[in-house]
Write a protein that binds this ligand. Structure first.
Ligand SMILES: [Zn+2]
Length: 210
């Protein structure tokens, strides 16, 4: 039947094309077809790179997969690199990616983090007016330097003044930043604090309860 013949014809065409696609070692130029490697490549275009071990020179490298007779310009042969070199390049690229990601996040979080650590530093120093300046207009309407001192008084009477604040996580969404961190008192007591911030007039201010 036509259907069976069509399917058989397709299979034959796929096999024939897979024999035309060659896989070339970048180091020694050894070539074998995709079909020889047990694969299929059909109705594909251009060239492709595959990281493989060459059965001829035994080196690892990015083999060029190209279709024979299409006039593809092949790169000159290069000495093969040991596997550890490829792994090193891979790890290096990965590290670079994380360093860049860290720098981007670090930069994005700098304003909110500075506002938060500045606030807790002022609290620790008993600079209640300075601490109040770190708050949003709405929060400043709720507290005076004296009431801010009263808010912190109970904790400080038990544990001593605030000693430090370390950011553990940071997120920013729709212009609102959220910082979670560890607040440490002079006596070593710690507590988790979640601080919400918004940007007011180009400066990050604390919008959550002080
Ligand atoms: Zn080779």
């Amino acid at each position: 039947m036509g259907d069976t013949a069509g399917r058989g014809g397709l299979k034959a065409a796929m096999e024939a094309e897979s024999r035309e696609w060659l896989v070339r070692c970048p180091a020694c130029g050894f070539e074998r077809s995709v079909a020889e490697m047990g694969g299929t490549r059909y109705k594909a275009r251009g060239t492709k790179k595959s990281f493989l071990r060459c059965p001829n020179c035994r080196g690892f490298g990015w083999h060029t997969v190209y279709r024979a007779g299409t006039g593809v310009r092949l790169a000159p042969l290069r000495p093969s690199r040991p596997l550890w070199w490829h792994i090193g390049v891979f790890v290096g690229v990965l590290l670079l990616f994380f360093v860049v990601l860290f720098l981007i996040l670090n930069r994005a979080s700098a304003g909110p983090r500075d506002a938060t650590t500045g606030y807790f530093a002022a609290v620790g120093a008993g600079d209640w007016a300075g601490a109040r300046d770190s708050l949003t207009v709405a929060q400043r309407d709720q507290v005076t330097p004296a009431s801010l001192a009263a808010i912190w008084e109970a904790q400080e009477r038990t544990h001593g003044p605030v000693a430090s604040f370390d950011t553990n996580s940071f997120s920013i969404k729709n212009g609102r930043a959220r910082i979670t961190g560890m607040l440490r008192y002079r006596d070593g007591t710690t507590e988790t604090r979640v601080v919400q911030l918004i940007e007011e007039g180009g400066t990050w201010k604390i919008a959550s309860a002080p």
